[in-house]
Design a protein around this ligand. Structure first.
Ligand code: XUL
Ligand code: MN
Length: 345
């Protein structure tokens, strides 16, 4: 088993099982315990929404935010952990009901940028330079309700305001095509990196690709990753899985489509992602049916499967691959991949 990869997850990936149709089914686990579990389960970093780290950021000054975040950093460091990134959580605040950066109300757009600056203050305290933008409600349910031409300008303005506020931070856009909105702006990594190229400092804007989000856009996650990797822009991943076009399931990595999981690992291996020092983030959720005490398997299973697939990629017969490609015998190549995954001789 390789140890070169570094893993992360967020506090929201250990949760009570509440969903839109029912309440909590497992007791909440305190943040301090989650940090300990993070290390015990073999992870090296935690991911944060701004208010995962510091509650009610709007009520605090930059100095207070940074100070509070430094305290969280100490809790992490006591376990040998780092903070991977901070994401401004605009979508849970009533102000952001119709989006933040792309809201029709200029006062809301202003709030969204100010809140994002507060997330940057928190990132400073936590000791990370990486900000993640999941553009949750930046889209529409009713197409005519916003002017999409303006929306894209507003998104760029928000990104530029963040880059201007702190000259060190880097922004990874996490594209997703839908949910909670009907249609989200910036649905794919192509959109994200096109927007990045127009930013005031394009070198500080990249992407984070989540398996399920790419699948919801009808795209192959490994090709989405390859596109970003080829441009040096894959700054994190949210590996998970997704059983077709339905709600964002956040299934354990590889559990719906093992072959697609293998190909995601293959592309990360081909690109030398482990050596880049970037993390393998697992944005997975325990099934609601899991009992308390058995509600961490989604994290351990995903990590274990990832590492097993790294071995599969590394032990695939390269000569056979080259021969199949040279012969243009892709049927043979495909069977060799499946046989390798299944352990057939
Ligand atoms: C939503 C999602 C978020 C982001 C972080 O689908 O994936 O958890 O990863 O804000
Ligand atoms: Mn995610």
């Amino acid at each position: 088993m390789t140890t070169a990869y570094r893993f992360s997850f967020g506090p929201w990936n250990i949760h009570t099982g509440a969903d839109p149709f029912g309440p909590e089914v497992r007791p909440a686990i305190a943040f301090g315990r989650k940090v300990k579990l993070c290390r015990e389960l073999g992870f090296q970093a935690m991911q944060f929404h701004d208010d995962d780290a510091v509650p009610e950021p709007e009520k605090k000054t930059p100095a207070q935010l940074e100070k509070a975040a430094v305290e969280v950093r100490k809790i992490l460091e006591a376990e040998g952990l780092a903070a991977e990134f901070v994401a401004p959580r605009l979508w849970e605040n009533p102000l952001g009901i119709d989006g933040g950066y792309t809201a029709n109300d200029p006062a809301v757009r202003h709030w969204a940028i100010e809140r994002s600056k507060k997330a940057i203050d928190i990132a400073r305290g936590l000791g990370t330079k990486l900000m993640v933008l999941w553009l949750a409600r930046e889209g529409t349910y009713i197409r005519e309700s916003k002017n999409a031409l303006d929306s894209h300008k507003y998104l760029l303005a928000a990104i530029n305001a963040m880059l201007e506020y702190d000259k060190e931070i880097e922004i990874a856009i996490e594209p997703k095509p839908n949910e909670p909105t009907d249609h989200a702006y910036i649905p794919t990594i192509g959109h994200a990196l096109a927007l990045a190229s127009q930013a005031a400092d394009p070198s500080r804007v990249g992407g984070l690709i989540e398996t399920a989000h790419a699948l919801l856009a009808g795209l192959d996650p490994s090709d989405e990753m390859a596109f970003a990797l080829s441009l040096g822009k894959l700054w994190s991943v949210h590996l998970n899985d997704q059983n077709g076009l339905k709600f964002d399931e956040d299934k354990s990595f590889g559990m719906a489509n093992l072959r697609a999981a293998y190909n995601q690992v293959r592309i990360l291996e081909l690109a030398g992602y482990a050596e880049s020092g970037r993390y393998i983030g697992l944005d997975v959720k325990a099934l609601r049916t899991q009992k308390a005490g058995a509600d961490l398997r989604h994290l351990t299973n995903s990590r274990q499967l990832f590492l097993a697939l790294v071995e599969k990629v590394r032990t695939f017969d390269r000569k056979l691959e080259q021969q199949c490609v040279a012969d243009r015998d892709y049927e043979a190549l495909e069977m060799a991949v499946i046989a390798h995954l299944m352990g057939l001789k």
